[in-house]
Design a protein around this ligand. Structure first.
Ligand SMILES: [Fe+2]
Ligand SMILES: [Fe+2]
Length: 173
Protein backbone atom coordinates (compact mmCIF):
# COMPACT_ATOMS: atom_id res chain seq x y z
CA UNK A 1 0.00 0.00 0.00
CA UNK A 2 1.42 3.34 -0.95
CA UNK A 3 0.33 6.50 0.75
CA UNK A 4 2.58 8.62 -1.44
CA UNK A 5 0.98 10.86 -3.95
CA UNK A 6 1.78 14.11 -5.62
CA UNK A 7 -1.02 15.72 -7.50
CA UNK A 8 -3.91 14.14 -9.33
CA UNK A 9 -5.83 15.47 -12.33
CA UNK A 10 -8.86 15.81 -10.10
CA UNK A 11 -6.93 18.46 -8.16
CA UNK A 12 -6.74 20.82 -11.15
CA UNK A 13 -9.77 22.98 -10.30
CA UNK A 14 -8.44 23.38 -6.76
CA UNK A 15 -4.91 24.10 -7.99
CA UNK A 16 -6.21 26.69 -10.47
CA UNK A 17 -8.29 28.37 -7.80
CA UNK A 18 -5.32 28.45 -5.41
CA UNK A 19 -3.09 29.87 -8.17
CA UNK A 20 -5.51 32.72 -8.83
CA UNK A 21 -5.69 33.36 -5.09
CA UNK A 22 -1.88 33.41 -4.86
CA UNK A 23 -1.56 35.85 -7.74
CA UNK A 24 -3.62 38.37 -5.78
CA UNK A 25 -0.81 38.19 -3.19
CA UNK A 26 -3.05 38.19 -0.13
CA UNK A 27 -1.31 39.73 2.90
CA UNK A 28 -1.64 37.98 6.26
CA UNK A 29 -4.39 39.57 8.37
CA UNK A 30 -2.80 41.31 11.36
CA UNK A 31 -5.42 40.25 13.90
CA UNK A 32 -5.44 36.64 12.72
CA UNK A 33 -1.65 36.60 12.81
CA UNK A 34 -1.48 37.98 16.36
CA UNK A 35 -3.97 35.30 17.43
CA UNK A 36 -2.03 32.48 15.77
CA UNK A 37 1.31 33.68 17.15
CA UNK A 38 -0.21 33.61 20.64
CA UNK A 39 -0.78 29.85 20.15
CA UNK A 40 2.67 29.02 18.73
CA UNK A 41 5.81 28.13 20.65
CA UNK A 42 8.80 30.36 19.84
CA UNK A 43 10.28 27.68 17.55
CA UNK A 44 6.95 27.16 15.76
CA UNK A 45 6.71 30.93 15.33
CA UNK A 46 10.11 30.92 13.61
CA UNK A 47 8.76 28.28 11.19
CA UNK A 48 5.59 30.31 10.58
CA UNK A 49 7.64 33.43 9.88
CA UNK A 50 9.84 31.49 7.45
CA UNK A 51 6.85 31.01 5.15
CA UNK A 52 6.04 33.22 2.16
CA UNK A 53 3.36 35.87 2.70
CA UNK A 54 0.91 33.89 0.61
CA UNK A 55 1.55 30.76 2.67
CA UNK A 56 1.17 32.73 5.90
CA UNK A 57 -2.21 34.01 4.68
CA UNK A 58 -3.22 30.44 3.80
CA UNK A 59 -2.04 29.28 7.25
CA UNK A 60 -4.24 31.86 8.98
CA UNK A 61 -7.33 30.97 6.95
CA UNK A 62 -6.75 27.27 7.68
CA UNK A 63 -6.29 27.93 11.42
CA UNK A 64 -9.37 30.14 11.75
CA UNK A 65 -11.52 27.55 9.94
CA UNK A 66 -10.92 24.98 12.71
CA UNK A 67 -10.65 27.40 15.62
CA UNK A 68 -13.69 25.85 17.33
CA UNK A 69 -11.86 22.50 17.54
CA UNK A 70 -9.21 23.87 19.88
CA UNK A 71 -5.73 25.34 19.84
CA UNK A 72 -3.83 22.16 18.97
CA UNK A 73 -5.99 21.59 15.90
CA UNK A 74 -5.71 25.24 14.87
CA UNK A 75 -1.90 25.11 15.07
CA UNK A 76 -1.74 21.85 13.11
CA UNK A 77 -4.03 23.34 10.46
CA UNK A 78 -1.90 26.49 10.26
CA UNK A 79 1.46 24.77 9.83
CA UNK A 80 0.61 21.95 7.39
CA UNK A 81 2.29 23.62 4.38
CA UNK A 82 5.38 24.84 6.25
CA UNK A 83 7.61 22.57 4.11
CA UNK A 84 6.94 24.77 1.07
CA UNK A 85 9.48 27.28 2.40
CA UNK A 86 12.27 24.82 1.52
CA UNK A 87 11.48 25.06 -2.20
CA UNK A 88 11.65 28.84 -2.46
CA UNK A 89 9.27 28.90 -5.44
CA UNK A 90 7.01 31.81 -6.39
CA UNK A 91 3.65 31.34 -8.04
CA UNK A 92 4.92 30.57 -11.59
CA UNK A 93 7.38 28.00 -10.25
CA UNK A 94 4.62 26.40 -8.20
CA UNK A 95 2.45 26.03 -11.30
CA UNK A 96 5.39 24.36 -13.03
CA UNK A 97 5.94 22.10 -10.01
CA UNK A 98 2.26 21.13 -9.96
CA UNK A 99 2.42 20.25 -13.65
CA UNK A 100 5.53 18.17 -12.99
CA UNK A 101 3.60 16.48 -10.18
CA UNK A 102 0.84 15.61 -12.64
CA UNK A 103 2.98 14.55 -15.58
CA UNK A 104 6.24 13.16 -14.23
CA UNK A 105 5.64 12.72 -10.50
CA UNK A 106 7.90 9.70 -9.97
CA UNK A 107 10.81 11.40 -11.71
CA UNK A 108 10.27 14.83 -10.17
CA UNK A 109 10.05 13.48 -6.64
CA UNK A 110 13.63 12.24 -6.99
CA UNK A 111 14.87 15.77 -7.70
CA UNK A 112 14.90 16.82 -4.02
CA UNK A 113 18.63 17.32 -3.76
CA UNK A 114 19.20 18.41 -7.37
CA UNK A 115 20.52 21.91 -7.91
CA UNK A 116 18.53 24.78 -9.38
CA UNK A 117 14.93 24.63 -10.53
CA UNK A 118 14.76 20.82 -10.55
CA UNK A 119 15.67 20.73 -6.87
CA UNK A 120 13.11 23.42 -6.11
CA UNK A 121 10.39 21.45 -7.91
CA UNK A 122 11.38 18.23 -6.15
CA UNK A 123 11.30 19.89 -2.74
CA UNK A 124 7.99 21.58 -3.52
CA UNK A 125 6.44 18.21 -4.35
CA UNK A 126 7.99 16.80 -1.17
CA UNK A 127 6.70 19.64 1.04
CA UNK A 128 4.55 17.32 3.19
CA UNK A 129 7.54 15.19 4.32
CA UNK A 130 9.88 18.18 4.60
CA UNK A 131 7.31 20.07 6.66
CA UNK A 132 6.66 17.09 8.93
CA UNK A 133 10.41 16.74 9.59
CA UNK A 134 10.78 20.46 10.33
CA UNK A 135 7.80 20.35 12.71
CA UNK A 136 9.20 17.31 14.49
CA UNK A 137 12.55 19.09 14.93
CA UNK A 138 10.63 22.12 16.25
CA UNK A 139 8.94 19.98 18.90
CA UNK A 140 5.47 20.51 17.42
CA UNK A 141 2.57 18.26 18.45
CA UNK A 142 2.15 14.76 17.02
CA UNK A 143 -1.01 16.03 15.32
CA UNK A 144 0.85 18.88 13.60
CA UNK A 145 3.57 16.49 12.40
CA UNK A 146 1.03 13.92 11.18
CA UNK A 147 -1.17 16.45 9.39
CA UNK A 148 1.79 18.01 7.60
CA UNK A 149 2.85 14.56 6.40
CA UNK A 150 -0.64 13.31 5.52
CA UNK A 151 -2.47 16.34 4.13
CA UNK A 152 -2.12 15.24 0.48
CA UNK A 153 -2.72 11.55 1.18
CA UNK A 154 -5.65 9.82 -0.52
CA UNK A 155 -8.88 9.30 1.44
CA UNK A 156 -8.94 6.41 3.86
CA UNK A 157 -5.18 6.20 4.49
CA UNK A 158 -4.77 8.74 7.26
CA UNK A 159 -3.60 7.90 10.78
CA UNK A 160 -5.60 10.87 12.10
CA UNK A 161 -9.23 10.51 13.20
CA UNK A 162 -11.46 10.66 10.07
CA UNK A 163 -13.72 13.43 11.41
CA UNK A 164 -10.67 15.52 12.18
CA UNK A 165 -9.23 14.81 8.71
CA UNK A 166 -12.52 15.97 7.17
CA UNK A 167 -12.44 19.22 9.14
CA UNK A 168 -8.77 19.85 8.32
CA UNK A 169 -9.31 19.12 4.60
CA UNK A 170 -12.27 21.46 4.59
CA UNK A 171 -10.10 24.18 6.13
CA UNK A 172 -7.44 23.62 3.43
CA UNK A 173 -9.82 24.52 0.56
FE1 LIG B 1 0.21 21.10 0.80
FE1 LIG C 1 -2.62 23.86 2.11
Amino acid sequence: VTTERSYHWSDIPHLAQRTLWSLRKPAPDANDQAWLLSLLTPVEAVLYRSMDQVDQSHALVCARAVQSLGDEVAVASALHDVGKNQAGLGTPGRVLASLAGLLIADLARRWDSASGLRGQIGRYLDHPELGAAALRRAGASDLAVAWAREHHWPPGQHTIDPDLVAALLDADE
